[in-house]
Design a protein around this ligand. Structure first.
Ligand code: BEZ
Ligand code: FE
Length: 291
């Protein structure tokens, strides 16, 4: 095909996709081309602007390494991550809602015993967490894996502290027993800014947006026969609950982190500093029946 112009280019590209074997890939590529072309036409994209766009995407890729995922951050701050979560995790009534995974989970978090201190040296106020894993009928789920990760009092994840190397802290994996419960000690998370020292930070600045996320604990809960739940529990009263930089807050995921004066703590120790407690129940949806 010759003499292609701004209106014939889109069907020309789509025609070249005719032999794509995988029908789903063909559908996705066709739609992507259609929307990308429409976007360029709608904003009358100049060559200079598209070159800036290419440089932005290049810088986003170059910022990625084993501990930094700038593309996830881009997807998160553009609301795409939360859109994909919302479309794919419509839960039955009563099931705990999902939210964004974020870039700071690691697969090699240490396995922790009941009542362990996940903080293992991370700075922050003591926080005692009790988590119940139930099915939709309110029955406890035994043998569930509860993977927890969080930022410390400085708003940093362990993977954001080069001085820690591969040392893991303020994260861990626990397993429920017959009562469907896990208990652990950690530090109370605080609000923190998503990383702003890369292209995504420049994008937030250029659009007059703040980079803050309200304080939260991350959870990934897996149990045989149930849908995996990836979610957070946010801290009530946090000033960023209505302006989360990654659009991840759901009202049902906000909980009271109850403050206690110095004194006897849930683990039997006597603390000379204030501490916090939280009691949270997660309800898992059953795995989809095989079709
Ligand atoms: C997080 O909560 O860890 C997170 C999520 C999205 C972007 C950056 C951080
Ligand atoms: Fe987080």
């Amino acid at each position: 095909m010759r003499n292609i112009d701004a209106s014939t280019i889109t069907p020309a590209v789509i025609a070249r996709l005719a032999h794509t074997e995988d029908p789903r890939l063909k559908q996705i590529l066709t739609s992507l081309v259609t929307h990308l072309h429409d976007f360029a036409r709608e904003v009358s994209l100049t060559e200079d602007e598209w070159m800036q766009g290419i440089q932005f995407l290049t810088a986003t890729g170059q910022k990625c390494d084993a501990k930094r995922q700038e593309f996830i951050l881009l997807s998160d701050t553009l609301g795409l991550s939360m859109l994909v979560v919302a479309m794919n995790h419509a839960k039955p009534a009563g099931a705990t809602e999902a939210t964004v995974f974020g870039p700071f989970h690691v697969e090699d978090a240490p396995t922790m015993a009941q009542d362990a201190d996940l903080a293992t040296g991370a700075p922050g106020e003591p926080f005692f967490v009790k988590v119940h894993i139930h099915d939709l009928a309110g029955q406890p789920i035994a043998g569930a894996e509860v993977d927890v990760w969080q930022a410390d009092d400085d708003g940093l994840y362990d993977v954001q502290r080069p001085e820690l190397g591969d040392t893991r802290r303020a994260r861990g994996v626990l397993h429920t027993g017959a009562a469907g419960t896990v208990r652990f000690r950690t530090v109370a998370p605080t609000a923190y800014p998503v990383p702003t020292d890369g292209p995504v930070g420049r994008m937030l600045l250029a659009s007059g947006r703040h980079p803050w996320r309200p304080a939260h604990l991350h959870f990934r809960i897996r149990a045989p026969g149930f849908q995996t739940l990836v979610t957070h529990i946010f801290r009530s009263g946090d000033p960023y609950l209505d302006s989360d930089a990654v659009f991840g807050v759901r009202s049902s995921l906000i909980s009271d982190y109850v403050r206690h004066d110095p004194g006897p703590a849930p683990d039997g120790t006597n603390l000379d500093v204030p501490f916090y407690t939280m009691d949270q129940t997660f309800r898992l949806a059953p795995a989809a029946a095989a079709g």
